[in-house]
Design a binder for this molecule. Sequence first.
Ligand code: DGY
Length: 342
Amino acid sequence: MIGAYRPDLVYSPAIIHMTIPGKPKLFVTRKLTQDVEDRIAGTYEPVFNDDDHIMSPAELAEKAQGCDGALVTTTERIDAGFIEALPDSLKIVATFSVGYDHIDIAAAKARGIAVTNTPDVLTDATADTAWLLMLGAARGAVWGERMVREATWTSWSPTHPLGHDVTGRKLAILGMGRIGQAVAKRARGFDMEIHYHKRSRLPADLEQGAIYHDTLAGVLANGEFLSINCASTPQTRGLINAETIAVLPDGAVLVNTARGDIVDDDALIAAIECGKLAAAGLDVFAGEPAIDERYRTLKNTFLLPHIGSATLGTRSAMGMRAVDNLDAFFAGKTPGDLVTAG
Ligand code: DGY
């Protein structure tokens, strides 16, 4: 029978393993690349979102009824209330993202729901986006492009428009996990002096000459460029605020490809407005897509719509990785990217 939770199929006390006779029913909350949807259609009884609309919590809960698993994205808030509304049959939530701050992991665990994510496959695309932001913000790419597009570029000039050098400067990386390390790798090609802060120091082969700081203030003091690459957690939310921005060197450039809520918008906007920061490049925003309106009118901001991992190859790989995790789970194996076993 599809859809019913089978306690007789729990093989391990640590990990809920589940095999379902026939095709498991899978709720896929957003439209995915065609290759991924084709694979899902071959193995699962899918509930797709063909027109890719954003569903209300009520619609999400309704569509999840009778499903054995859900493949979700960062646009769905999987909070305690939502988890409560899930049917007993649903035993795994596979998120199409490396970040899982949109999921209440404790609530999932309490209901015995496994959660998986999609690390690794988006590391390079996201690091590339951090660099796009760094160069775009430092060199005023937006207003330069606008001058050309709007035909306000009247002549080449020795003094206008002028950006800021990147090569040879100091780069501070907040969060030196996979993506932070990939940002650092690219920075070596720009002869940058790399500083990082992380809970624990990396081994020398991963550090590759980057300078470790065991305090946030230590790394920020070296942040002529600051790249935010840490996860959004209760500890990091609001970490970049008026007090911490004050520690950055004057004229610093801040880029964020992690999560918007790590930065206090009021503090960042004030720092750009008063010239403390030369520029900011942002791919993520608190409350996105309803961003703080003031960002839109600031000249020294380079703004992208959360496209860190948005290449065809990477989005396909993320989908495939999420399905690998689901396949493992429904085959009674331990998924490779288990956040919680439930
Ligand atoms: C991630 O994978 O966490 C990206 O930000 C996409 O949401």
